[in-house]
Design a protein around this ligand. Structure first.
Ligand code: FEO
Length: 393
């Protein structure tokens, strides 16, 4: 447990989870994670912003014993890593009430069995005076659930953002200080959690430009005493055109698809196109997601099993479709023994993405010279399309 003071009367309880390696039983956490809760003390009232994952309830409960009174528990997001310890808080402070969005209220009741009379909903831009300290609530749906909100502490110019602008990173440091590992962790977090919501995020970022923010305090990872560090990064990730980059998820059973992937990587490199290949049997899905933030093109290289793609390729395609990256082009390179529909299955799975499909390269057995020439043509086509990036209508 780390306890830090952000300002006079503003304390962070950071429950560091150095050992956690998986979130949602899906997302790799190479650097662990943290669950931050913030105590804001006014001259008349006190508010706690968010709680911690029940995995850290014991340390949290100990910290709560140091708090004399609590009037409000601000719940910015109902996912259990922030809301899971709400019952502990409500039991310890029987007069405290939850402040949250109207959309969050029934979710808190459903997920945590909290009595409705313990919850007061707040409207967008509503304020609560703690006595010399004012909390302003900014509804910010879809970062990354429908009920999410941010909280702005006016007098200290601190913006509490819960998941938004956060990073899965366990660290005893209070501030990011513009450090590269924090940037990498924040980008990984954006890629895995926030990327599907680029449109609402653009809107929220635009709104925040009107706020004078000294500190950004998320509920995962360190705070940002230089808000531009994380705001500029987000602006780049959500707004910029994709880069001259191909992401190449591949899997090979007997070597043929591996030969195709290797040739394509070389052919693209020779044409000035950067490639990031991911061997799907060992890949870190977080790194794959990070690459998706910038990539303009995805090319799957997969063998055919029975009648379709290798299950690893299907799984990666499902994830890529769910993350809704700003890809422009997609292609499939596949080898097969006698027949199959690997290409069709992947095209269907990625149907929700607005991508132009490149002509597939399908090879029966070991590739021949004509197959390598088809890969060269594919690389040429990708290079030509990438030269127009940023100039699309
Ligand atoms: Fe950190 Fe959406 O929970």
């Amino acid at each position: 447990m780390t306890r830090h003071r952000l300002a006079e009367g503003v304390t962070r309880f950071g429950a560091q989870d150095f050992d956690r390696r998986l979130f949602d039983e899906l997302i790799p956490l190479p650097d662990g994670t943290s669950y931050n809760a913030y105590l804001v003390e006014g001259s008349e009232k006190t508010a706690l912003i968010d709680t911690v994952d029940p995995r850290k309830a014991s340390a949290f409960e100990t910290w709560l014993t140091t708090i004399e009174r609590l009037d409000y528990l601000v719940t910015q997001h109902v996912e259990q890593d922030h809301s899971g310890s709400i019952p502990i808080v409500l039991e310890r402070f029987p007069r405290a009430r939850i402040l949250t969005t109207p959309k969050a209220k029934p979710m808190i009741v459903d997920h945590l069995h909290v009595a409705e009379n313990r919850i007061r909903t707040v409207e967008d831009s509503e304020t609560v005076d703690l006595g010399g300290r004012t909390l302003e609530f900014l509804h910010a749906p879809w970062v990354h659930w429908p009920e999410t909100m941010l909280t702005y502490l006016r007098e200290d110019r601190i913006l509490f953002t819960c998941d938004f602008l956060g990073a899965h990173l366990a660290t005893t440091e209070l501030y990011s200080s513009g450090r590269e590992p924090v940037y990498e962790a924040a980008k990984r977090y954006y890629a895995e959690i926030m990327m599907p919501f680029r449109t609402p995020i653009k809107k929220h970022l635009k709104r925040l430009a009107d706020y004078d923010i000294a500190i950004i305090a998320p509920s995962h990872g360190p705070a940002h005493e230089d808000p531009s560090f994380i705001l500029d990064a987000y602006d780049h990730w959500v707004n910029d055109a994709p880069e001259n980059l191909v992401i190449l998820p591949y899997v090979s059973m007997h070597g043929s698809t591996g030969l195709l992937a290797e040739h394509l990587i070389d052919a693209l490199g020779q044409r000035g196109v950067r490639v990031e290949p991911f061997n799907l049997t060992v890949t870190d899905l977080g790194k794959l997601a990070i690459t998706l933030v910038d990539a303009a093109t995805v090319v799957f290289a997969t063998p055919t099993i029975l009648t379709g793609p290798h299950p690893s390729a299907l799984s990666a395609a499902y994830l890529i479709a769910a993350l809704r990256p700003k890809l422009r082009h997609a292609g499939v390179v596949t080898s097969y023994g006698w027949a199959g529909k690997a290409t069709e299955s992947l095209t269907d799975l990625l149907g929700s993405l607005k991508v132009d499909w490149l002509d597939p390269v399908k090879v029966q057995g070991q590739p021949h010279q004509a197959d390598y020439e088809a890969l060269d043509r594919l690389a040429e086509e990708i290079a030509a399309r990438h030269r127009t990036l940023g100039r699309e209508a």
